[in-house]
Design a protein around this ligand. Structure first.
Ligand code: ADP
Ligand code: MG
Length: 222
């Protein structure tokens, strides 16, 4: 697939560093400019590992074959990076480097995002993420800044809210952790009010009974 270069793409690890500063949990990770250096970069990380390439044309990384999950060791991670580089899908894209990070445990995938409305200013959004986003269009929106009550209300508005409470014997996710992410994005002094962006999206935030981790973070500058 040919990747069209989107202006203003900020590399995922840079966005993750930024949002960590707002109190949003992200996986432990490291970067390497060359595939050969991925193993050394990953030496302090606990498998399973994930490798993703980054570069100005890599906005939808999976579509470009630039995400590899379930890697059992730093050496396997380095091999996956070399495969991404060599893949036919990767041949047309400029790869600047590789992000190697710890793979979060599976959970309910939620999207948290923000857009800037030309007349009303920043708007924060939450929805069921992963495969659900495009199929269900199940999202809740609020103008920023939101309060904690707003954040809780947004979650209750989702038609699929029951997924957060655990279905068929699976345990409920840590709603408070997800509320904290929503406030970090849309609350007073949050990401949406503080950073300059055209588009901001955490997709997915993986929610489990143990917490909420943003495993993908995209920010497009104006
Ligand atoms: P993109 O959305 O650009 O295709 P992502 O970074 O979202 O790429 O990765 C694709 C999918 O891989 C995610 O939706 C998520 O399911 C999974 N994933 C990515 N990074 C991690 C991680 N660190 N831990 C667990 N799952 C991950
Ligand atoms: Mg994503």
């Amino acid at each position: 697939m040919t990747q069209v270069e989107e202006p203003g793409v900020v590399a995922e690890h840079v966005v993750k560093d930024l949002i960590s500063g707002f109190g949003i949990a992200v996986p432990r990770g490291a970067t390497a400019r060359a595939a050969e250096d991925v193993a050394a970069a990953a030496s302090g990380l606990t498998p399973p590992l994930v490798v993703k390439a980054y570069g100005p044309g890599l906005v939808h990384k999976s579509d470009a074959g630039a995400v590899r999950l379930g890697l059992g060791s730093p050496v396997e991670a380095a091999r996956a990076a070399a495969e991404i580089r060599a893949a036919p899908a990767g041949s047309g894209i400029a790869i600047e480097g590789y992000l190697v990070e710890e793979q979060a445990a599976p959970g309910v995938e939620v999207i948290v995002g923000a857009v800037r409305d030309p007349s009303f200013g920043p708007v924060v959004l939450v929805g069921l993420g992963g495969v659900w986003t495009e199929v269900l269009h199940d999202t809740a929106l609020r103008l920023c800044p939101i309060t904690e009550d707003d954040a809780r209300e947004m979650l209750s508005e989702l038609r699929g809210a029951a997924l957060l409470d655990g279905l068929r014997g699976s345990p409920a996710v840590d709603r408070d952790a997800l509320v904290k992410v929503l406030l970090a994005v849309g609350g007073p002094g949050g990401v949406a009010e503080s950073l300059d962006f055209r588009e901001f999206e955490l997709n997915p935030v993986i929610c489990t009974p143990e917490g909420a981790v943003a495993v993908d973070a995209r920010l497009l500058r104006p």
